[in-house]
Design a protein around this ligand. Structure first.
Ligand code: GRF
Length: 210
């Protein structure tokens, strides 16, 4: 059995690509971008997937735009909505409509470094371990129930670019895995925590990184 997935993105789309190429039991029924020029839309078209541009600059009211976006998504009848570098804050009404079937990837070990410029901030704080998190989206920005995390070492000579690249390689591993678990019905949210049903597969990845 496959599940229907809608992907939302704003840019490059490398996480979307990793998910699309992972051989998952999913059907990507639409890829939607708030930025018409997003490279991720091009990639979707190259795979023959439905690519939709909904330009937020044409809809200055966030709530109205999110309602339009939600209607577009619902039209594709998704079981799961995947945020893959969707760079806009979603309104509470939008989140309420998709709660429990809305996943995001964030480039830090949440709850550390919610928000933007996570790699720069990690370097500025001098943390020695950094990483990424896949979580369910709730109205609490970057704080929803955690599905899986991957950690990488921070090296003395790292720049935000080298650190971002090391983290991104892990994003491409854990996001497809999280989507697989969702598709297999193995994710159970209990008291704000995500339990993985079935076996003892770990919900953490410790990478020695390169
Ligand atoms: C990733 O770093 C992801 O963690 C963040 O936005 C970036 C998207 O990259 N949410 P891509 O568009 O998937 O290449």
């Amino acid at each position: 059995m496959t599940i229907r997935v809608v992907v939302l993105l704003s840019g490059r789309g490398s996480n979307f690509q990793a998910i699309a190429e992972a051989g998952l039991p999913i059907e990507i029924v639409a890829v939607i971008s708030n930025r018409p020029q997003a490279a991720g839309l091009e990639y979707a078209r190259s795979r023959g997937l439905k690519a939709v541009a909904l330009d937020h600059t044409q809809h200055p009211d966030r709530v109205a735009f999110d309602a339009l976006l939600a209607d577009e998504i619902e039209g594709h009848e998704p079981d799961l909505v995947v945020l893959a570098g969707y760079m806009r804050i979603l309104s509470p009404a939008f989140i309420a409509r998709f709660e429990g079937r809305l996943l995001n990837i964030h480039p830090s070990l949440l709850p550390m470094f919610p928000g933007l410029r996570t790699h720069e901030r990690a370097l500025a704080e001098g943390v020695k371990i950094h990483g990424c998190t896949v979580h369910f989206v709730t109205a609490d920005l970057d704080h929803g129930p955690i599905v899986i995390q991957a950690a990488v070492p921070v090296r003395a000579d790292d720049t935000s670019d080298t650190l971002a690249a090391r983290v991104l390689a892990q994003e491409h591993c854990i996001y497809p895995l999280a989507v697989r678990w969702f598709a297999e019905g193995r994710l159970e949210i209990n008291g704000g925590r995500v339990n993985l049903k079935g076996d003892s597969t770990s919900q953490s990845v410790l990478s020695t990184g390169v």
